[in-house]
Design a protein around this ligand. Structure first.
Ligand code: NAP
Length: 314
């Protein structure tokens, strides 16, 4: 992991810290708890930790090991392991199911997050909490800034916004990173679904009127490492996705082209033609200038990121 030396760091690499940097880091090792570590982002965090020499000792946990809805367990874990940072990758992410399973969505995305914020406050732990573009209603036509007002349309989006508010109001030192359209070689996501369906179906209908930006979870994990390695801590909300913008239809077209699955015909459909339980924002492109300027990073395009993900073992 490169430290800022005067020019922007280009994300999307596999650079590691030098032995000299590690010598100094060895004197200041810090303990970091990663929750939800079996999810897409959590697994990318693990993968990044394996290829990066850092001054951090990571504790990767998921619900079977550390259930974030159990505040006592959380407190005990933080005390016992002298945790200084929590990266909260745990979430209830079944967007459509949340419309019915409201209590569970709020339990994990709000109440548990509030407990994390309280533990942060009582134990002086810094938090990087991950949130979503679904806190916006999608009525905008220019990229969303962190200061734009939220108006979630779904139970998932509402529960995530309540989680954000508790972090911002209670936590000791906090960052909320909103991201969108996550994909990775891990877990279930649009890219993997498309690869499966394109290999088995003759045609597919894909929504062509929602605009947003895909985010390679590996690039977000790298961004989190950049933040951890930064000497200064800048609390606040940040937007992070890959750069550029697209529709689900064009995203599918690019996946098809790069994967060479041309025999499947892709049809454009509208959101109105594709009924889902939860309403999604029609437009959720982020303005990422805050995180780029604060951390001196250059974020790769979503096409570049997709290329790298498809080149990695699936
Ligand atoms: N996926 C997207 O497209 C997307 C888009 C925008 C923002 N985000 C946000 O990005 C973050 C990471 O998303 P992701 O795609 O990596 O999610 P994910 O793959 O669904 O991973 C979430 C992980 O959290 C675990 N978890 C659930 N309840 C838990 C609990 N009570 N205690 C501890 N762990 C628990 C899940 O376990 P189980 O699988 O066993 O439930 C899962 O391993 C989330 O905050 C999400 O809201 C995601």
């Amino acid at each position: 992991m490169a430290i800022y030396t005067g020019s922007n760091k280009q994300l999307g690499g596999t650079e590691t810290v030098s032995k000299k940097e590690m010598f100094y880091y060895g004197l200041i090792q810090k303990n970091v708890l990663v929750t939800g570590a079996n999810g897409q982002l959590g697994q990318e965090m693990k993968a990044r930790a394996e290829i990066t020499n850092t001054p951090f000792r990571f504790f990767f946990t998921d619900v079977d090991h550390l259930d974030i809805t159990d505040k006592k367990q959380l407190e005990y874990f933080v005390e016992r392991n002298s945790i200084e940072y929590i990266i909260n990758c745990a979430a209830y992410t079944a967007v459509d199911k949340a419309e019915e399973d409201v209590d569970t969505a709020y339990l994990i995305n709000y109440e548990a997050v509030k407990s994390i914020a309280e533990v942060s406050s009582s134990h002086g732990v810094k938090i990087i909490h991950i949130s979503t573009d679904y806190v916006f209603d999608g009525a905008a036509s220019t990229p969303y800034k962190e200061t734009d007002s939220c108006n979630p349309l779904s139970v998932y989006g509402k529960s995530k916004l309540k989680g954000e508010e508790s972090i911002a109001n209670i936590a000791h030192g906090w960052m909320i990173i909103r991201t969108s359209w996550l994909f990775s070689k891990y877990g279930a996501n649009f890219v993997k679904t498309m690869l499966n369906l394109m290999s088995s179906r003759e045609e597919l209908n894909i929504v062509a009127d929602q605009r947003g930006t895909p985010t390679y979870a590996a690039d977000l994990a790298e961004m989190i490492f950049v933040i951890l390695n930064e000497a200064e801590w800048y609390s606040g909300i940040y937007h992070f996705s890959n750069s550029g913008e697209t529709t689900w239809y064009d995203f599918a077209g690019k996946i098809q082209k790069l994967a060479g699955l041309s025999s499947c015909k892709l049809n454009r459909i509208t959101t109105a033609e594709y009924k889902t339980a939860a309403q999604r924002p029609m437009y959720s492109v982020f303005d990422k200038s805050k995180i780029e300027n604060k951390y001196h990073v250059t974020i790769p395009t979503w096409e570049n990121a997709l290329n790298r993900m498809l080149a990695a073992d699936r």
